[in-house]
Design a protein around this ligand. Sequence first.
Ligand code: PLP
Length: 381
Amino acid sequence: MIYLDNAATTKVCREAADAALYAMTEVFGNPSSLHRLGIEAEKLISFSAEMISEALGGQQAEVIFTSGATESSNLAIFGLAENYGRRKKKIVTTAVEHPSVLGPMKKLKEKGYELTVVEPDENGEITEDALVSAVDGDTCLVSAMLVNNETGYILPIERAFSRIKKLYPDCMTHCDCVQGFMKLPIKAKALSADAISLSGHKIYAPKGVGALWIKKGVRVSPTAFGGGQQNGIRPGTESVPLIYAFAKAVETLVPTLSERYGHACKIRDYAVKKLSEAGAVINSRSGGSPYIISVSLPQIRSETLLHFLEQREIYVSSGSACSKGKKSEVLEAFRLSDGIIDSTVRISTSPKTSESDIDALAEGFREASKTLVKTSKIRRI
Ligand code: PLP
C-alpha cells in the first residue's frame, strides 16, 4: 500500500498508541478526582499541555484540549469575539481557510459582525499587505491559516500578524496551524498569535483530539457550559488517553523536525519532476510546504484518477478530503481554472514516503492517461 493522503489523516505512531493504552488501562482515573488515580491522570494532562506549549516555543500560555482543530478554531473565534468584539465589530479572514474557520466566521457575520475575506491576488498570492490593510482600529479578530491544506501554500502570517499587533494591539490574532505543526519550525511568539489551533490526527496521534494554544492573558470565553474542567474554557471530562497520545506523538516528532523537513523537500522535488514527466500539471507553487503537492492530470476527473490509483493501492485525495464531492472554492480562490480544479489530486507525504512510491504514482498517472483518456474517447464515439 502507498499512502499519500497524510494531510487528511495519518497512521497513529507506536508511541501514541502505547500512550493511549497506558492511560486507558493504567492511569484510568478521572483527572478531576481528588484521589491518587485522579491526580495521576491530571499529571498526564499537565505533562501534555507542557509538551505542546514547549513544542510551540515555550511562550507562557494555556493549552486547552479539544476534540480536534475544528473545535479549537470554533472555540477561538467565538470565544475571542465574545471578549474582544463587544464594541469592535469587524473580523477578518482569508478565502483559503479551512471550513472550520470560515464556518464560525460566517456565523459571526450572521450575528452582525462585518466580515472581510482577503482573496489571493491575480498571482494567487495572499500578501502581507493585503492582510494588514484588511484590518483597522475597529477590527477585533483576524484569523488566518499558516499552511493551506489543499495546496501547501504558506501564508505570510509572521510578518502580517506582527505588523497587525504593532498597529492594533487590541486586535486578536488566531492562526490555524494544523498543516504546519510539527512540520515547519513554528514558534508562537514569532507568529505573534494570540491563539493557535492544532490537530492530533495530522501528526500521528489518534483522531478526536486537538488543542487550542492561548497566549497568557488572552481571554477566550467557553462555547460549552456545565463543568469546571480546563478552567471552564472547555468543560467536560478530559479524554486523557487521546490527550496523552497527542503529547507523546509530539514528543516523538520534535527531535526529527529538520530531518523530516529535508526528506519532504527531497520527495517533493522528486515528485514534481516525475509527475511532470508523466504529464501532470503542478499546482503547488515553490516556497510552499513540501509535505503537500497539488497536481492535475488534465482531462481526467479527480475522482476518476483517485479510484484508478486506489486499484493500484495508491491512496491520494481529490483536492481536500473535507470538501468531498464539491468543487473546491479554495482552489478557485487560488485562481486555478475550472478544468484544472476538476482534475486536481492532492499528494501528501510522510517520512515513510520513498522515491519508489513516487515512481509507482508516476506510473499510475501514465497508465491513467493512456487508459482513461482512451476510454472517454471510446465513449464519445
Ligand atoms: N484546519 C486544517 C488546515 C485542516 O487541514 C483540518 C483537517 O483537515 C482542520 C483544520 C480540521 O481538523 P480536525 O479534523 O482535527 O477537526
